[in-house]
Design a protein around this ligand. Structure first.
Ligand code: NAP
Length: 459
């Protein structure tokens, strides 16, 4: 079991460690959460909107110190941590302003058709929702769940990743500081092993998990045993397809960003680059040169473009994926060897000539490792794009309308970005298919995931 501790990935030093909540503390927190359900509901949308804006103000005011905490806990460049905090504040305001309209039910035009004087729908909160969250966007991942949950009248309890306890504790006090009722959003300091019993607790109505496939399977199993609603946002091996009509220079620049933002540790980082044969050599040469030129270093230094991998195990995982591919005949065009010295650094890496027997063909590399594929034509490009157990995001570069239409229709993923890279926005639904999970976050779809869509009939 991982210790609940902040270990600076730049140095390998333990910054702070925490005791897990005892059974008694968990019991108190769950009782407080359950008691907060009617209190939160009684506030109504207008008051919750005001409090959510206050939470966004606090977050914005805390952006400098909080981004430093993020960087020291998980290693992303400071500017990216800062951008994450501000983006989270935007999501809070988005749900503050839109929740009520997103949760307005409809009335039937002809209620007589169902024998009623009036009939329609309404959305009611489910109650206490457990959020099991990852370390890679320690503030954004949590708040994109918490903002719609609280605005809908649901109460949140957070089990954050064990390596970001300071972010977790910050989040556990944010909503109380903003004036939400006691217990409306709390952090449980618990390890993964304690999650199933919290899911089984009768006071918990539902669970959402963002994380890896094994964690998702384990949470879905625990939720299934007690028949509770479950949303899963899991991993991905997102394709980034480039066709000959595309602006290759723009595609290369975006591809580098799409693979390496967040130190290459985002579920929606592009991971497989599928390049048409006609532009393959030009793309690969430029892409490799730009990947090799990125500045790896201390994420607190403003000139750093890629910081360390967040955990030692995470670095070992990508090292093994690249070593396996190399041993089976793949070409490593740049990078491919962990940096020596302190910290868990791994350089930007480009691997080509992959074959299906290599793990990198189908497994997610959670670090700055790009897998390159050559496609003879559109059919082959789409076949490779869909040859993955995952289906989270995707990007497709072309100016040919017929190709774009096929890509939008045929790529098996929760999103398709044309001539761009996959990004999450509060306004657009986010989620995946296949082994990337089920359910959606963000937009009006996300806020409805943890609501009871109730039919109302009046005779
Ligand atoms: P992880 O190991 O699955 O951890 C995620 C969370 O799940 C942590 O809080 C972890 O707690 C908990 N957990 C782990 N095993 C569990 C189990 N058996 N039962 C209950 N909870 C469990 O994932 P990670 O390595 O932190 O994150 C990387 C993965 O997340 C990647 O696959 C990435 O693609 C995916 N991800 C997906 C999205 C998305 O929106 N689709 C977004 C971000 C990341 P501990 O830390 O205590 O182990």
């Amino acid at each position: 079991m991982s210790p609940i501790a902040s270990i600076n990935p730049t140095t390998g030093e333990t910054v702070a460690s925490f005791d897990a909540d005892t059974t008694e503390i968990i019991e108190t927190k769950l009782a407080t959460a359950a008691a907060a359900v009617p209190a939160l509901s009684a506030l109504g949308f207008a008051k919750r909107r005001e409090l959510m804006h206050t939470a966004a103000d606090l977050l914005t005011a805390d952006a400098d110190s909080l981004s430093k905490t993020i960087t020291l806990e998980m290693g992303k460049p400071l500017a990216q941590a800062h951008a994450e905090v501000l983006k989270s504040a935007r999501a809070l305001r988005f749900y503050a302003d839109n929740a009520e309209s997103f949760l307005t039910g409809y009335k039937l035009d002809k209620p007589s058709a169902v024998g009623a004087r009036s009939a329609g729908t309404r959305f009611d909160p489910l109650g206490v929702v457990l959020a099991v969250m990852p370390w890679n966007y320690p503030i954004w991942q949590v708040l994109r769940f918490a903002a719609p949950a609280l605005m809908a009248g649901n109460v949140g309890v957070l089990k954050h990743a064990s390596n970001v306890p300071q972010s977790a504790l910050y989040l556990g006090s944010l909503f109380a500081r903003a004036g939400f009722p006691e217990g409306a959003f709390q952090t449980l300091l618990i390890g993964a092993g304690a999650v199933a019993s919290v899911i089984a607790d009768p006071r918990v109505a539902a669970v959402t998990l963002t994380g890896s496939e094994p964690a998702g399977a384990s949470v879905a199993e625990a939720a299934g045993r007690v028949l509770k609603k479950c949303v899963l946002e899991l991993g991905g091996t997102d394709p980034f397809v480039v066709m000959p009509s595309a602006d290759v220079d723009a595609a290369v620049a975006t591809a580098v960003k799409a693979r390496t933002s967040n130190n290459g540790q985002a579920c929606i980082n592009a991971k497989r680059f599928i390049i048409h044969a006609d532009i393959y050599d030009a793309f690969v040469e430029k892409f490799t040169a730009q990947m090799a030129a990125l500045t790896l270093g201390d994420p607190l230094d403003p000139s750093t473009e890629i910081g360390p991998i967040a955990t030692q195990q995470g670095r070992t995982d990508i090292e093994q994926l690249v070593d396996d591919a190399r041993a089976k005949g793949a070409k490593v065009l740049t990078g491919g060897t962990p940096s020596s010295g302190a910290g868990w650094f791994y350089p930007p890496t480009v691997v080509s000539e992959l074959t299906p027997d290599m793990r990198l063909w189908s497994e997610e590399a959670f670090g700055p490792v790009a897998a390159i594929f050559k496609a003879a034509d559109l059919d082959e490009a789409l076949t490779i794009a869909n040859d993955s157990p995952y289906g989270l995001g995707s990007a497709f570069w072309s100016t040919d309308e017929a190709e774009i239409e096929r890509a939008e229709r045929e790529i098996e993923a929760g999103s398709v970005f044309i001539n761009g890279m996959t990004i999450s926005y509060p306004e657009l639904p986010f989620g995946g298919i296949k082994r990337s999970g089920y359910g959606r976050e963000l937009s009006f779809e996300g806020i409805r995931e943890f609501c009871n869509l109730k039919s109302v009939w009046r005779g």
